[in-house]
Design a protein around this ligand. Structure first.
Ligand code: UDP
Ligand code: MG
Length: 318
């Protein structure tokens, strides 16, 4: 019998867990041919999430859980989940029921047909502001252009991954994680299914624009060094322009003599160049910062509890 792990990263989700559990067990009831595992990752929740998971686990053999030592963020929580998942496939699903569990049978069907990565693409994004939709669209557009990796738009982490994708992802142990890009980067046979994303069932979103901006910069800098190239190119272009302008000034001075006017033009040029220089330095700094963090080679997370037993260090260090 094949095993399927449903991986649920959860951070302060006490309001929805019972509802989620009910929906999941409903869906799974019709799939007799698989051995299911519901793997909850408690990402350092500050509410009763862990207690609820533990009480659910007492009554259901299929539930296992990993409780991290603090909040590490969804990306890291998912990696912890992949590390601990025992199934032949993993289905990553949000705890807040924005990803309908009813799609699980469809995903499994395609998995049986031989696909390795079946991801759910949002047809609509109910309950999200037009600004969030617009920023998301623009961002994906830019990211695809810049990275040359076919990163899927309107796709979250809701997907089924075959064991070989899991093993691949487990090898990508970078501190700055952009899982969405990694799914594309590892390749394998992908299949898209469409769904309507519901608004969150209860509780609040953990994302704000600062975190999203962070994630956006992360996405670009972890997959491409194009920004560095751009600052080189703009440096080149500006130098060429400056050189041509210099020749122009020299010739003009020889022919017509020098006049000392031009304070406004000087100040604009200085400010413009200053801006470009700071921007380039900032870009350099972004990459240098990542190099710094990666060279520390720290474990990515620590586990506090695994199925009730205390854990010390992360066993999954590469
Ligand atoms: N999540 C997590 N750690 C965090 C933030 C979020 O494990 O630091 C989980 C959260 O519990 C949920 C999923 O990631 O299951 C998606 O979070 P959320 O619904 O807040 O994001 P959104 O749907 O608004 O993108
Ligand atoms: Mg959500």
């Amino acid at each position: 019998m094949k095993g399927v792990t449903v991986l649920i990263p959860s951070y302060n989700e006490q309001e929805v867990l019972h509802q989620l559990y009910a929906r999941l067990t409903d869906v799974v009831a019709s799939l007799h041919h698989y051995k299911f595992e519901f793997l909850f990752i408690n990402d350092g929740s500050k509410d009763n999430t862990l207690q609820i998971i533990m009480s659910l686990a007492e009554n259901d053999q299929r539930i296992s859980y990993v409780s991290l030592s603090r909040n590490f963020g969804k990306e890291t929580a998912m990696l912890a989940g992949l590390d601990y998942a025992t199934g032949d496939a993993v289905i990553i699903i949000d705890a807040d029921l924005q990803d309908p569990p009813e799609l699980i049978p469809v995903m499994i069907k395609y998995w049986e047909e031989g696909y390795d990565d079946i991801y759910a693409k949002r047809r609509t994004r109910a309950g999200e502001t037009w600004f969030k939709k617009w920023t998301a669209r623009t961002y994906y557009h830019m990211l695809r252009k810049v990275t040359r990796i076919p990163i899927q738009e309107n796709t979250g982490d809701f997907r089924l991954l075959d064991r070989r994708c899991i093993e691949a992802l487990k090898q990508l142990r970078e501190v700055h994680r952009n899982t969405k890009g990694m799914f594309s980067w590892i390749g394998y046979h992908k299949k898209e299914i469409l769904f309507d994303r519901d608004p969150r069932a209860a509780g609040e979103t953990k994302w704000n624009y600062v975190r999203l901006f962070d994630l956006a910069i992360e996405g670009i800098t972890s997959f491409t060094t194009t920004p560095l190239r751009l600052s080189t190119i703009s440096g080149g272009v500006i130098s060429v322009c400056a050189f041509i302008y210099m020749l122009f000034i020299i010739i003009k001075t020889i022919l017509y003599g020098a006049d000392v006017a031009g304070y406004p033009s000087i100040i604009t040029v200085i400010l413009f160049l200053g801006g470009i220089q700071l921007l380039s330095l900032g870009i350099l700094g972004e990459y240098l910062g990542k190099v710094f963090n990666e060279t520390k080679r720290r474990p990515l997370y620590f586990v506090d509890l695994y199925n009730g037993s205390k854990r010390g260090t992360s066993e999954f260090r590469t």
